[in-house]
Write a protein that binds this ligand. Structure first.
Ligand code: PLP
Length: 312
């Protein structure tokens, strides 16, 4: 497996390890906590940080099994679909993207990219999209795309945990808290599953309204021996109204943060993560002396404006 990993990473030009940087901010000094950012956004200029981690073993498996076609699901701005479409193009695997919503004639920048990379795009309505986890629907898809490997939304499946867990091997020091944004749960689940590698508390910052629902997604991805309850939690107070909701105050905050820290963030994931951590620090929610690591999961491609009039 190690050779295949090295080979696929060099085929795709993946950065093998991403650095941690300390954010030297007044609020951290005042509250006597240290905040670091692991720059997984630098994994690749196109393939979004945590999406590579979640997809790598599925793609190695696909190469080994000589899979000719992959099918997956996402919204019109999905970082997962974008990353996977690019990987499939580079690895010469046919890719079908099942997209929620009808964007024909009005492609998002993400869709324009994957169209240019040769993806087969199928637009479906909300009700059809809701069936994406159902057996009958998936059986039907397999008949439509014989021999296809179907990867769930966000790339969040049991196999994704192994790739995410590799984050621990790259860390240069121990932390008290390791924080990531959470949407489909695979990234948080991977960190929890391998949390024996560090004694850090694993903290998910919910980027959508999902109290209970998000925790259940994570639990469903963990097997019996990975189930723990005392070393992880999901923070629900920073979704700013829901998934991809971007009130002006948050957008301005992201612009300001990006400019002053030299770390680019966007309002859907990394902006909510860092806003949340800094707000929690300011409110004394971390004990003095804490070392906190925020994992910058990437996703900057999703922050582009809608391109008008790209016909499909
Ligand atoms: C998809 C994504 C997430 C969410 O990760 P999940 O594993 O789906 O919870 C976080 N950050 C970025 C940049 C993403 O693209």
């Amino acid at each position: 497996m190690h050779n295949q990993l090295a080979s696929i990473e060099s085929q795709l030009n993946i950065l093998p390890s991403c650095a941690e940087e300390e954010l030297k901010l007044q609020v951290c000094e005042d509250k006597n906590v240290r905040l670091f950012v692991k720059r997984d956004d630098q994994i690749h200029p196109i393939i979004s940080g945590n999406k590579w981690r979640k997809l790598k073993y599925a793609l190695i498996q696909a190469q080994q099994d000589n899979v000719k076609q992959i099918v997956s699901f996402g919204g019109g701005y999905s970082n997962h679909i974008h990353a996977l479409a690019y990987c499939c193009k580079q690895l010469k695997i046919r890719f079908t993207a099942i997209i929620r919503g009808h964007y024909q004639g009005n492609l998002s920048p993400m869709l324009a990219d994957i169209h240019a990379w040769g993806a087969n795009i199928k637009f479906v309505d909300k009700l059809t999209y809701q069936q994406r986890h159902e057996k009958a629907y998936l059986t039907n898809l397999i008949q439509q795309y014989p021999g296809a490997l179907i990867i769930p939304e966000g790339g969040s499946q049991a196999m994704a945990k192994q790739g995410v867990a590799e984050i621990y091997q790259e860390l240069t020091q121990a932390y008290d808290y390791i924080a990531v944004p959470i949407a489909s749960g695979g990234t948080l689940a991977g960190l929890i599953a391998a949390s024996h590698q560090q004694s850090a508390h694993v903290l998910g910052i919910a980027v959508l309204k999902g109290q209970g629902y998000l925790e259940q997604l994570v639990v469903d991805l963990l097997d019996a021996k990975e189930q723990k309850t005392d070393n992880w939690s999901v923070e629900h107070r920073y979704h700013f109204g829901g998934y991809a909701k971007r009130p002006k105050a948050l957008v301005d905050w992201c612009d300001d943060f990006s400019e002053h820290s030299n770390i680019p963030v966007e309002p859907v994931y990394s902006g909510k993560l860092l806003y949340a951590l800094l707000d929690k620090i300011a409110n004394d929610e971390f004990p003095a002396g804490s070392k906190i690591l925020a994992i910058h999961t990437g996703g900057l491609q999703g922050n582009r404006e809608l391109t008008k009039e790209v016909a499909l």
